[in-house]
Write a protein that binds this ligand. Structure first.
Ligand code: SF4
Length: 363
């Protein structure tokens, strides 16, 4: 370490302060490290100074801990040393996206009979890029194939498709039959499978295929917050700083064909067979939720993970409060402990309000 040369944080390493600890989010390497709030303050107040100078500022009373902190930062390539401290600007934390709707969820079940092609045509005019199609009970493979064929034939703006469907006897053959025909499919998640298996994309299959024994009985299963879903990349991080990390530029159709922000939400904006998606998007009630960033949500605004975490506005701890913490998060930023959200007695009322008892029961 060059203790007599000023230090700088690499621009892709962003500090986030929580109520009792902080994080360094490395947006280039998708890596997150927890650090003490003392180190956060030290970095914010002293970036651009030398380590020798910083030690002196504290009258050399904390030399060992300062040394240890900077060795950690240097070993992990979070900092570098330079005399030209002014020529390395901070990264812009702005977020922009040229689409009107960026991603969409379409739910179908055995009774769904709304006009999906009509929706796909409209999503095209809104420049939608990503589509998630979810089957919660019987797999309706004919509908899935119709959707995928339409996307192939219409030169749709949709670039990637994710499919959720339950296991069925001939699913392997079905996957084989579609994998080379529908190249937009990049993720197939098969639930209620007799086995767990994760097949990453390879030369034979471009799509990521995941088999899980877990059962997704309905849209009630949505909205879980877990460290497994944390993502420290530039796009997700900057979007989360400015907008809602789940619902921004999202439009969904529930299993009954009702237009919603998310299929799990109570508020609907009319039937997709009779209301134009464009009209829904021009309704400020629909789009205002896009602006609920994590910095505005109770508890989350004090959490060191707030900009790498997903969100859920469908199930919240206080159903009356649109800025309430996601119900299905078991993290406490004050104690830094994770617990099972579904057994927390303080959440019982909200679990019952949303009728979530079925998804909280252990197998
Ligand atoms: S409190 Fe939970 S939902 Fe909120 S930011 Fe932290 S981990 Fe995510």
């Amino acid at each position: 370490m060059k203790t007599n040369i000023p230090f700088k944080l690499f621009a892709n390493c962003i500090l986030v302060k929580g109520i009792s600890r902080s994080t360094i989010c490395d947006l280039q390497r998708n890596d997150v490290r927890v650090i003490p709030n003392d180190l956060y303050d030290l970095l914010i107040e002293n970036e651009g100074k030398t380590i020798i100078g910083i030690k002196e500022l504290y009258e050399n009373k904390f030399d060992d801990i300062i040394e240890e902190y900077f060795q950690f930062l240097y070993d992990n390539e979070f900092i570098f040393f330079t005399k030209q401290t002014t020529i390395f600007p901070k990264l812009s934390m702005d977020w922009s996206d040229s689409t009107i709707i960026n991603n969409s969820i379409i739910d179908i079940d055995e009774n769904s009979n709304y006009d999906i092609v009509n929706i796909l045509k409209q999503l095209n005019t809104l420049h939608c890029r990503h589509l998630e199609i979810r089957n919660f009970n019987n797999a309706r493979v004919n509908i899935l194939e119709d959707i995928l064929s339409f996307l192939n034939e219409s030169e749709s703006t949709i670039q990637s498709v994710e499919i959720l469907l339950p296991f069925f006897k001939d699913i392997e053959e079905w996957i084989t039959s579609i994998k080379d025909k529908f190249l937009r499919v990049d993720f197939i998640r098969v639930f209620k499978s007799p086995f767990n298996q994760n097949r990453v994309p390879n030369k034979d299959c471009k799509a990521h295929i995941m088999f899980t024994k877990q059962n997704y009985i309905s849209e009630l299963c949505c909205g879980k917050i877990s460290q497994k879903f944390f993502s420290a990349n530039m796009k997700a991080f900057t979007e989360s700083m400015n907008y809602n990390s789940c619902l921004n530029k999202k439009l969904s159709i529930d299993k009954n064909g009702i237009i919603k922000n998310c299929p799990s939400m109570q508020n609907g904006y009319g039937s997709s067979d009779s209301v134009r998606l464009e009209d829904v998007i021009s309704d400020s009630n629909f789009t205002k939720i896009w602006n609920i960033s994590k910095d505005k949500i109770s508890v989350c605004k004090d959490c060191e993970f707030r900009h790498i975490c997903t969100d859920c506005r469908a199930y919240t701890e206080n159903p009356e409060d649109e800025f309430s913490k996601p119900l299905k998060c078991g993290y406490n930023p004050k104690t830094n402990e994770w617990s099972d959200w579904s057994t927390n007695p303080l959440k019982e009322k909200a679990i019952s309000f949303y009728n979530l008892q079925a998804v909280t029961e252990k197998p």
